[in-house]
Design a protein around this ligand. Structure first.
Ligand SMILES: *[C@@H]1O[C@H](CO)[C@@H](O)[C@H](O)[C@H]1NC(C)=O
Ligand SMILES: *[C@@H]1O[C@H](CO)[C@@H](O)[C@H](O)[C@H]1NC(C)=O
Ligand SMILES: *[C@@H]1O[C@H](CO)[C@@H](O)[C@H](O)[C@H]1NC(C)=O
Ligand SMILES: *[C@@H]1O[C@H](CO)[C@@H](O)[C@H](O)[C@H]1NC(C)=O
Ligand SMILES: *[C@@H]1O[C@H](CO)[C@@H](O)[C@H](O)[C@H]1NC(C)=O
Length: 738
């Protein structure tokens, strides 16, 4: 999972001692597994009774074939060494995936691209507590622990850095900026703390590093340091409680550092709106000068540091005491705003270089509609060992592949083509998936049914957490009813999912590989995991290794298997059901809800939402109509599968597939032409926490701040633009001409 621009991280990582902190291992775990098997058997049996048709029998078989040993073996093999994109270790991981696919007798291939990656060459950070004192250097090293089986491989872990950070040296007083929001900088200004030319110190936990460094730069900072505060990532909650961390607890050790990327767009920075090419091939690329001036680059030197280093810096700071919400946890020093008197000297030299990345594919050719694609994807490259991020997802995907191969041996062939994708360089800027989607854009636009992403499959306990475009809601619910919840064996994934509010979230932000499919092309998409990021404080650090997963993430690998089951079943239904199981009625009601939200916020202002409200009503009618048509078609005499019937099914499926495309707009979002989807995209500086309509939200934000005629007119314009997209989608569902 890369970081997600313009959005909030799902949750600040607050201390939340979870009941299953041992991850559910031991005797209790075994008892749960026995119950889990019983429920699986019962569900498989009931599925046979309910759905006696051929593909459904294969789907039931698929569910019965889950193997935690297979998932664990793949995960262990993939995470023996750290494997950052562009390195030999990641090429070896690509060969591992290719071999896994081929040995299951699926046609498999690699598509390489040469793209601009960014590596650290030199880093140094020193602290001078006050004038005249000696500068104290930080070691900038994440420490291994006694008995760490990965200690030797840890030497290969990339130095802690921010990809695409500007190179340079800055020595200046430090200013403390809390979680690094623009509001935090506004607060500093209100207290008379001048950030210009200073080094801003911000902490992770609320927004992503790209936004933090952007906000620091916007406030005039000459450099930025981002640390992980022990309060949010360090473990040991209450008063007098001893802090515990990995390997004794799931928390981040004091020297742990969360690395990340600072590039603000998606894809190869040298080919911003078009596909890249392989080494030795010719494609247009931006020059180093173009890139140096690009607004998508951070433009200032920045470095992530550990909780320990962050605290050392804070201890050396003076100035006014920071407000209570800006303070640290139990045992932390008093945080002050600065500036100084401590001076930080940050020197960073990076190497931005073209490197080869490799996407690996397996293709399971469809029997009846080979030209319709159901695409499953996960990235393979990792900042360190990648045991959770992303190879918990890779292990689940390879476990699915193993089951599909067994189905194939029993005679199953999907109706439509299923493509399994192992993406590269996701961590740098979703590069592998973006370049491939850009290169195949028009073919995907005319043939892709859905893109099903799993990045991290398991964070820890917490049940199934899907986010999706709303026409997939019903399918997600139906599939999750077929899979027992490994943590609550008397319940299904559906039961525990429905206890979350909301059970299914949306795909407004991205931060992972569905962005190009959904937000650039308009392919219905989902992304899901078991548990949430708050269970996983070792995110993007040295400690994201197999031992962490075995102890805390998923000791028996049952959560991996559960995610593989629901992910694979959704893919199978999309590939095999004669009529694509999309329901646009839920899309219409979702958009109606989101609109209500915004209308409420604009009460009394000179703007009308009725164009949007009308278009949503129209969508609701079209969705209801096609749903009825589908029922009628399904009720037709199945023994009369004439050519005419086949064409009718195909025509209806095309309308269902293409309706999502209609939400896109060729020009794209205001000032962000790569983002074509008018409903779902991350929104710049989203203070409203909205779930949809990024450009309406930002125009509303501006209008409410400035209250000028001009600004309200521009909001009205955005409302019309979205309304037109929604009307286009209704027209596609209707399938007629005016
Ligand atoms: C900052 O550190 C760099 C690298 O060690 C050094 O070359 C430079 O002179 C230092 N700058 C100041 C102002 O101390
Ligand atoms: C940058 O990386 C390229 C490719 O690996 C290498 O040839 C070059 O020497 C590196 N430059 C520096 C300054 O490290
Ligand atoms: C798979 O599950 C079984 C039954 O709970 C358990 O005994 C076994 O250790 C698990 N395998 C792995 C690799 O976790
Ligand atoms: C379906 O069509 C076949 C062939 O015309 C006919 O024999 C059969 O009775 C029909 N079944 C139904 C339920 O209408
Ligand atoms: C916005 O501007 C209008 C017209 O100038 C004025 O009547 C209204 O009070 C303003 N509203 C706010 C909240 O400032």
């Amino acid at each position: 999972m890369a970081t997600s621009r313009g959005g909030k991280q799902s949750q600040p990582l607050l201390h939340s001692p979870t009941p299953a902190a041992d991850g559910g291992g031991g005797a209790a775990g075994r008892r749960r597994f026995v119950a889990f098997l019983a429920v699986t058997a019962a569900l498989v049996a009931s599925y046979h009774l309910l759905a006696p048709t051929n593909p459904s029998r294969y789907h039931a078989l698929f569910l019965s074939l889950g193997s935690n040993a297979t998932a664990a073996a793949h995960l262990r093999a993939l995470t023996l060494r750290p494997h950052v994109a562009g390195t030999e270790a990641n090429a070896a991981a690509a060969r591992y995936v290719l071999h896994a696919f081929s040995s299951l007798s699926f046609p498999a291939h690699i598509t390489p691209y040469s793209v601009l990656l960014s590596y650290p060459v030199h880093r140094s950070l020193t602290l001078t507590p006050s004038r005249g004192l000696a500068a104290k250097p930080f070691s900038l090293v994440q420490e291994t622990y006694k008995g760490d089986p990965y200690a030797e491989a840890a030497a290969e872990v990339i130095s802690t850095y921010f990809a695409y950070s500007a190179s340079g040296s800055v020595a200046a007083e430090v200013v403390y900026a809390n979680y690094g929001h623009s509001e935090d900088y506004a607060y500093l200004a209100s207290r008379g703390v001048d950030v210009a030319g200073k080094v801003a110190l911000a902490r992770y936990g609320d927004i992503h590093c790209e936004d933090m460094v952007r906000n620091a730069r916007a406030a005039g900072a000459a450099a930025a340091i981002v640390y992980t505060d022990a309060k949010d990532y360090g473990g040991g909650a209450g008063k007098g409680e001893k802090r515990r961390w990995f390997p004794d607890a799931r928390w981040l050790p004091p020297t742990g550092v969360q690395v990340g990327t600072l590039y603000y767009m998606n894809g190869d920075p040298t080919t911003p709106l078009w596909p890249s090419c392989a080494a030795g091939e010719d494609c247009e690329r931006l020059s180093a000068e173009d890139l140096a001036g690009s607004a998508a680059m951070p433009g200032i030197p920045a470095l992530p540091v550990s909780a320990r280093d962050g605290e050392t810096i804070l201890k050396a700071m003076g100035g006014d005491v920071a407000p209570p919400k800006w303070q640290g946890g139990e045992g932390a020093p008093v945080y002050r705003l600065g500036p100084g008197p401590a001076v930080l000297n940050l020197t960073y030299i990076g190497n931005e270089t073209l490197a080869t990345i490799e996407n690996v594919f397996a293709v399971i050719q469809g029997k009846e509609e080979p030209d319709r694609y159901v695409i499953i994807g996960n990235h393979r490259d990792a900042w360190t060992f990648g045991a959770v991020d992303p190879n918990s997802g890779t292990a689940a995907m390879l476990e699915i592949a193993g089951r599909l191969s067994k189905l194939q041996a029993k005679g199953w062939r999907p109706r439509r083509t299923i493509i399994l994708c192992s993406w590269d360089a996701e961590e740098f800027a979703l590069i592998g998936s973006t370049e491939w989607a850009e290169e195949n854009m028009d073919t995907l636009a005319s043939r892709a049914i859905a893109y099903l992403n799993v990045d991290i499959s398991v964070f820890g306990p917490g049940g199934l957490r899907p986010r999706a475009t709303p026409q997939l809601d019903e399918l997600i619910k139906e599939a999750s009813k077929m899979v027992p919840d490994p943590d609550e064996p008397s319940q299904t994934l559906y039961d525990t999912m429905m206890s979350h509010h909301p059970p299914i979230t949306r795909v407004a932000g991205a931060g992972t590989d569905f962005a190009a499919f959904l937000q650039h092309i308009g392919v219905p998409s989902l992304d899901m995991s078991y548990g949430t990021i708050k269970e996983y404080p070792v995110y993007h650090s040295l400690y994201d290794d197999y031992v962490w997963v075995e102890r805390f993430g998923d000791p028996l690998f049952h959560r991996h298997v559960a995610v593989a089951s629901v992910w694979g079943l959704i893919a199978l239904k999309l590939a095999d059901d004669e009529i694509i199981p999309f329901n646009y009625v839920s899309y219409a009601s979702e958009l109606e809800e989101c609109t209500k939200d915004i209308v409420d916020k604009c009460k009394g202002f000179p703007v009308s939402f009725s164009p949007l409200q009308k278009s949503i009503k129209q969508l609701e009618r079209a969705a209801t109509k096609i749903h009825k048509e589908k029922m009628l078609l399904q009720a037709e005499n199945w023994s009369l599968k004439t050519r005419q019937y086949t064409l009718k099914v195909r025509e209806m499926n095309d309308r269902l597939m293409m309706a999502e495309r209609a939400f896109t707009n060729r020009e794209g979002l205001a000032g962000r032409p790569w983002y074509k989807h008018m409903i779902y995209a991350s929104s710049d500086q989203d203070d409203w926490g909205t779930k949809a309509f990024p450009d309406i939200v930002s125009a509303m934000d501006k209008a409410k701040k400035s209250n000028t005629t001009e600004s309200w007119r521009s909001l009205q314009h955005e409302i019309y633009r979205v309304a037109r997209a929604v009307s286009k989608a209704s027209a596609v569902l209707d399938g007629g001409l005016t």
